[in-house]
Design a protein around this ligand. Structure first.
Ligand code: CA
Length: 228
């Protein structure tokens, strides 16, 4: 199965050169010119990576990024943002909203292809479109069990979903809202505080297996990150 990428870009010339560079690297590129088309694509297809322009005729790539991060099914998806020269505020916002990387126009297609490859590597893609689990942890998704250094962790159902989500997006900061959506779904009784409480017990359980290491880091005002 080939690696699938969605490119949201309204400038046809940029889209063409970018798509050409990425397809040459063996990626399957779907191109959207408008935010609403990109939303439709994301809702109906599985992508391995998104490349989002910020300024589009029908909205902002940043709004789409926010929604992608807040939906459980796409929260861990690698995202690279593109923006017009000198839009520093877009860069800051993009990273705050959880973009994994950022390129300012004009950029060379080769530079973009290199960044895309680096992101896919970081996300654990081994070239055939499937993600490789970090070796320290083993996530048995069918059995809803996770082991650390070969030792099964005694996790509750929520803790399992929380840790599994953090693992799939290891190395990336996850907002409390995204974690809430991933582990609690639409359970309206849950709040940001619920996430904090569960992260605390999760840390304690990880520490019992591996006392010398802190796996989950707190990023003030932004969320949590699993470092492996
Ligand atoms: Ca644009």
């Amino acid at each position: 199965m080939s690696t699938k990428l969605l490119l949201l870009e309204d400038d046809p010339a940029i889209a063409r050169t970018v798509a050409y560079a990425l397809e040459r690297d063996g990626l399957a590129v779907t191109h959207s010119l408008l935010v609403h088309d990109a939303r439709r694509q994301i809702a109906s297809h599985r992508f391995d990576l998104l490349v989002l322009d910020v300024g589009l005729p029908d909205g902002s790539g940043l709004d789409l990024l926010r929604d992608v991060r807040n939906a459980a099914s796409t929260a861990a998806l690698p995202v690279l943002m593109l923006s017009a020269h000198g839009e520093e505020i877009d860069r800051v916002l993009g990273l705050e909203l959880g973009a994994d990387d950022y390129l300012t126009k004009p950029f060379s297609p080769r530079e973009l292809a290199a960044r895309v490859k680096a992101l896919l590597r970081r996300a654990g893609h081994n070239g055939n479109g499937t993600a490789a689990a970090p070796t320290l942890f083993h996530d048995d998704e069918a059995g809803q069990r996770i082991s650390l250094r070969g030792q099964p962790l005694p996790l509750t159902r929520r803790e399992y979903r929380l840790l599994s989500h953090l693992l799939r997006g290891a190395g990336r900061i996850h907002s409390r809202e995204a974690l809430l959506a991933a582990a609690w779904g639409d359970d309206s009784d849950s709040t940001d505080r619920t996430v904090d409480t569960h992260v605390k017990t999760l840390r304690a359980k990880l520490r019992e297996v591996d006392p010398g290491r802190e796996y989950i880091s707190t990023h003030r005002g932004m969320g949590y990150c699993l470092d492996v």
